[in-house]
Design a protein around this ligand. Structure first.
Ligand SMILES: Cc1cc2nc3c(=O)[nH]c(=O)nc-3n(C[C@H](O)[C@H](O)[C@H](O)COP(=O)(O)OP(=O)(O)OC[C@H]3O[C@@H](n4cnc5c(N)ncnc54)[C@H](O)[C@@H]3O)c2cc1C
Length: 323
């Protein structure tokens, strides 16, 4: 989020008209349908630029006018506040280009769904991305988060990330130096060297592979996700980071504490997997936050471990006023 102060809808409408960028614009847009949690109130402005240049122009104009902006991808790791998001939410959803990028390489724009990229690589006979079969979200979000599954992470396949520089939003590129990337840590995160940069594309270095074998591995991993209950309810995948520094997976810790199936309102812990918190109906973000707080407090009290949420929070999560 760049800057933050209340701005009237009239001012925001004038701002968007003045920007005149190539983007799909919606006002007072409910965020729930743009997240896999299916939770969250409206964004004042939901903007989907059609080109990286239009995204850069929007970010620059917002900087100049003091309009708060948050960038989102597929919304697969996002908990949006019930009150929604003031200012502009810029979505990369329409940035979906992809092309070969030299020998054994694929380039994808930030908004391309990871599952589409993985399928493209398989069809092109390129191995190295099949671990991400069935992973919800966008290429930009996966690069930002260094998404990880089945013992591999995005940084293993990334060779270059194209981004808009923090503050200036000029286009730039960085070769992926493995030492600057770790478990769910990337240079783009708030404590990283490129904090505030916006990912617009990424190039992946892959090796030759047999499409039929790659497709078989992908189907195996997709079936494993389904069997683990990943798609039984709307969720954001694992709620807490799982670097095993606690000696065992977070799911096991919460299972030992009896959290499977625990519920506050329609916010529920997946009965099959205690580190996946789900929307069992019409969950409110406030219920989800209460369930998260309860799990963190229980893990702290029982085992002295500090669980770190992996899910990004967007919007204002003010505690309700006490009666
Ligand atoms: C069923 C399910 C299973 C999942 N399994 C896994 C798993 O196995 N492993 C795993 O790692 N994750 C998993 N996830 C979480 C999710 O898939 C990943 O975190 C994914 O990388 C999020 O990408 P996104 O585009 O949806 O990001 P969003 O949710 O849109 O955003 C997440 C964060 O990334 C930032 N961001 C997004 N795009 C950009 C950009 N272009 N530039 C800069 N910042 C950006 C946002 O500001 C936000 O802070 C799962 C989620 C679900 C729903």
């Amino acid at each position: 989020m760049v800057g933050y102060h209340a701005i009237s809808m009239t001012t925001l409408r004038k701002f968007i008209e003045k920007c005149n960028i190539d983007a799909d614009i919606a006002y007072d847009e409910p965020m729930a349908p743009h997240t896999t949690f299916r939770i969250g109130g409206p964004a004042d402005v939901f903007a989907r630029p059609r080109t990286p240049e239009a995204l850069a122009a929007l970010l620059k104009a917002a900087r100049d006018e003091g309009v708060p902006v948050a960038v989102v991808g597929g919304g697969a790791n996002l908990l949006v506040a019930d009150a929604g998001v003031r200012g502009v939410v810029a979505s990369t959803e329409l940035l979906r280009g992809a092309r070969p990028d030299g020998d054994g390489r694929l380039f994808a724009e930030a908004g391309l769904p990871v599952v589409v990229l993985v399928r493209m690589a398989m069809e092109a006979g390129l191995a190295g991305l099949e671990f991400a079969a069935g992973l919800p979200g966008s290429v930009g979000g996966a690069a930002y988060m260094n998404a990880r599954c089945y013992e591999r992470e995005f940084a293993d396949a990334l060779v270059r990330v194209d981004y808009l520089e923090p503050g200036t939003f000029r286009p730039a590129s960085v070769a992926v130096d493995r030492s600057a990337w770790a478990y769910k840590r990337t240079p783009f995160m708030p404590d990283g060297a490129l904090a505030g940069a916006v990912v617009v594309g990424a190039a992946f270095g892959l090796s030759p592979g047999d499409p039929a074998s790659l497709a078989a591995r992908m189907a195996e991993l997709e079936a494993d996700r389904a069997a683990k209950g990943h798609f039984d309810y709307p969720s954001a995948g694992s709620l807490f980071k799982n670097d095993r520094s606690h000696g065992r997976p977070v799911g096991r810790i919460l299972d030992e504490l009896g959290f499977k199936g625990r519920r506050i309102g329609d916010a529920m812990v997946n009965p099959k997997h205690a580190n996946i918190f789900v929307n069992a109906g019409e969950a409110r973000a406030s219920d989800m936050v209460a369930l998260i707080d309860e799990a963190r407090a229980a893990a702290r009290a029982a085992f002295g471990v500090e669980l770190e949420p992996e899910v990004a929070m967007l919007g204002s999560f003010q505690p309700p006023a006490r009666a």
